[in-house]
Design a protein around this ligand. Structure first.
Ligand code: KIV
Ligand code: ZN
Length: 521
């Protein structure tokens, strides 16, 4: 793949699997990351940052598996400016068709003084040494100056000049703290490109965080001033307030091509399925008013607007739902839907499942269709998230076998539950402030869990009284935070399943931590 793109094309670098995964509670299993990576390829992203190889065994394995499975996009691993990190990153991407590594070091005085405790000269030396070392083993190197937007531009120019000389092919300018203002960030990009020796030999890139809600605006300002790569994530997930949202920035470029004259290689019709997939896998809900992919993004409520849209869509619509892959008419499935139609629907929703997983999902679909007249796309997504994507590559330690709850206006809510815990059946009961509380207490009793519930959210997955309830919970134990998801036509069951799902994930994380403590990363 050529990485020097035409002057009118902006390269889309997706970091959902690295920076996106840094969202609290968004950690994903290797299998989940693979499913997302395959979908990102279908979406047409140019680069997939698959993880940070030196940070964990799980990240290393995900990068290595994605490197083997994905063929068109370039696959990168992040690495600090240290030989150990670089070696690990090189090993992780070695089987990729288009491998690369992404080396970074902070350049702002505040990071140098308080975090790195290094002088500017030491940072410059470390950056150049790291790029030169990596260049002996791999051709494609991206270099990032962390906290660039709060760094002295003269120092940035010095560092960039030297790393370009050492062989970096892309220079990334991160607004790490989401501090920049669009006109300021655009001017910084323009100044860097103008004043850095060798600037014309590399691609310039923007990596913006959304702390002030300006990540997309800053990324657009950067490309308006010469950058030709945008780093972004699906649904804008990421550290703190997140990163530039891929769907927003791509649709801004497409919709305002008349102003910006820039293109991307994104297959925009894959945006909606990808967004839903990432939300299902991570358990991070899409706000209803989120641009492009939120439920209300194309809903017209006011009478005047509805009248206008009915007369001529463009009166109030600057893009069509079809252009991002929202199905024109929702296909409703039910108990008479056959296997072929179900498989086709799964594929349309972005799930490329193995035959065995398709069979499992189909069985769950049939069970649901017996309880619920109409099965919508959202129900199918919930089935896949519940049944397939949550399996962390090893058998679940905890399984729900039976649940009964009591609730009345004057009694104390109580729950009785039977669970399988590591092969052994256990039964207990507990009371609580409400039935969900009673349920969570009995699960904690049976499993011995000391975890704290940090967040609990419930959504109706579709409309109607027989709608499935989707529950997402975030729990914390011993400094580890994980999210769990559950879907069921009974909201109490969905709540119990979400908590048990989170506990299973927590087991996996604790197991990994014990392994690292014993054997090192
Ligand atoms: O925000 C940031 O600075 C980063 C770098 C590692 C590119 O994520
Ligand atoms: Zn970042």
């Amino acid at each position: 793949m050529s990485d020097k793109m035409s002057d009118s094309v902006v390269r889309i670098f997706d970091t959902t699997l690295r920076d996106g995964e840094q969202s609290p509670g968004a950690s994903m299993t290797v299998e989940q990351k693979l499913v997302i990576a395959r979908q990102l390829e279908k979406l047409g992203v140019d680069v997939i940052e698959a993880g940070f190889a030196a940070s964990s065994e799980g990240d290393f394995e995900s990068i290595a598996r994605i490197s083997r499975e994905v063929s068109r996009p370039r696959v990168l691993s992040l690495a600090r400016s240290q030989e150990g990190d670089i070696n690990r990153a090189l090993k992780a991407v070695e089987q990729a068709k288009n491998p690369g590594i992404h080396i970074f070091i902070a350049t702002s005085d505040i990071h140098l003084k308080h975090k790195l405790r290094m002088s500017r000269q030491e940072v410059l030396d470390a950056a150049v040494k790291a790029v030169a070392y990596a260049k002996k083993h791999i051709d494609y190197i991206e270099f990032s100056a962390e906290d660039a937007s709060r760094s002295d531009p003269d120092f940035l120019i010095q560092v960039f000049k030297e790393v370009i000389r050492a062989g970096a092919r892309t220079i990334n300018v991160p607004d790490t703290t989401g501090y920049a203002i669009p006109s300021e960030f655009g001017a910084l990009m323009s100044q860097l490109i103008e004043r850095t020796a060798g600037a014309d030999r590399v691609t310039w890139s923007a990596h913006c965080h959304n702390d002030l809600g300006l990540a997309v605006a800053n990324s657009l300002a950067a490309v308006h001033n010469g950058a030709r790569q945008i780093e972004c994530t699906i649904n804008g997930i990421g550290e703190r307030a997140g990163n530039t949202s891929l769907e927003e920035v791509v649709m801004a470029l497409r919709t305002r091509k008349n102003y910006l004259s820039l293109d991307t290689g994104i297959v925009t019709e894959q945006i909606y399925p990808t967004s839903r997939l990432v939300s299902q896998v991570t358990g991070i809900a899409i706000p209803i008013n989120k641009p492009i992919v939120g439920d209300n993004a194309f809903a017209h409520e006011a009478g005047i607007h509805q009248d206008g849209v009915l007369k001529h869509r463009q009166t109030y619509e600057i893009m069509t739902p079809e252009s991002i892959g929202i199905p024109g008419n929702r296909l409703v499935m039910g108990k008479h839907s056959g296997r072929h139609a179900f498989d086709e629907r799964l594929k349309h929703l972005g799930f490329n499942l193995s035959k065995e997983d398709m069979n499992r999902a189909f069985l769950r679909f049939k069970e649901l269709a017996d309880k619920k007249k109409n099965v919508y796309d959202e129900d199918i997504e919930a089935i896949v998230a519940e049944e397939i994507l949550r399996v962390p590559g090893q058998p679940d330690r905890y399984e729900l076998l039976y649940l009964s709850v009591n609730s009345s206006s004057d009694g104390v809510p109580a729950a009785t539950m039977k669970m399988r815990v590591g092969g052994e059946e256990r039964m207990d009961h507990a009371s609580g402030d409400g039935v969900v509380d009673a349920c969570y207490k009995v699960i904690a009793k049976i499993t011995g869990s000391q975890s704290q519930l940090v967040r609990y959210t419930v959504n109706a997955i579709t409309g109607g009284a027989d709608a499935q309830g989707g529950v997402s919970c975030l729990i914390e134990d011993d400094g580890i935070r994980v999210s769990g998801q559950g879907a069921h036509t009974d909201i109490i069951m969905a709540s119990a399943l979400a908590f048990i799902n989170a506990l299973n994930k927590l087991e996996g994380r604790k197991h990994y931590r014990r392994l690292v403590e014993r054997e090192g990363p």
